[in-house]
Ligand binder design. Sequence first.
Ligand code: CA
Length: 353
Amino acid sequence: MRRRTVLFLLPMATVMTATAAATPDVGPASLGVPIVIAHRGASAYLPEHTLAAKAMAHAMGADFLEQDVVLTRDGQAIVLHDLYLEGVTDVARRFPDRARADGRWYAIDFSLAEIRSLRLHERLDPVTGQPVFPERFPAEIDLFRIHTLEEELSLIRGLNRSTGRTAGIYVELKHPAWHIAEGLDPVPVLMRELDRAGYRGPEDRVYIQCFEPDTLKRLREVIGTRIPLIQLIGENAWSPDLPVDFERMRTPEGLAAVAEYADGIGPWIGQIHQGLDETGAHRTTRLVADAHTAGLLVHPYTLRRDALPEGFGDFEALLRFFLVDQGVDGVFTDHPDLAVRLRRVFIGKDQPE
Ligand code: CA
């Protein structure tokens, strides 16, 4: 359904036709338009993973709001991107003697009460102490706090009701194998939270994403969840300890293997677009087409106006490349407002059906 609709509306039919037959026709795949996923909330405008950033993303019309989940010492699921706390909080000042030997303050070493006492701010580079995105929300304004997954799901439920517009959730389990090695299994914690909040299958507008295939296989094959699963694809150089061959995963054979346990992939944008060739044309891989052939959705990360890849003059060109030229099924973006507006221009639709 979804892709057929797009075909009528886009002049790029030739690009889309190659992938039309293979795209899954179930669940969220049939939402009618490529989805806009607010990466860590409206994180271009407010510090990532704050309730404020999530409320703003909801108001901007994002279809899905992203949550990264790690556990506290007392086994509570909190919304935080890193295993560590020092990049976005004042933990180093508040708890100077609680860093591990590697000089990092791990969330799993702190109780929820301790974590709640920290002030949260815009992300700083731990080496330079300078903001990662200098033009964004001022890092010295530390009005914010880390919250639990349960609290965020409550916020979204409330906004869905008060606005009459349903935004879905898009949860990432961060480093589950590492958590298990530390003695805490995040999988049952997550599934309990989702079940309690009524997220059980695609009809509830929910995805689970993870870099670790073993966790996704466990969710699908052992736990038997109906929630759509997205295999995130990183670069092995980023996490050499992870026993996953991401390069092989991107081959047609690797993608066919992913399709056995997952509904889609979340590739890094650099695995689809690789700069410009000598004539100035985009250098692209076959990843999107190959994934569609394998029956997988494609939701690449992360589109940012203030961190454009080589070869794009502005955010509009970047979004056009992914939505129109590549025909992806959704994008992770720090700028959900721009993505929603440009999707209307390119696709002629405001939101999923
Ligand atoms: Ca994430």
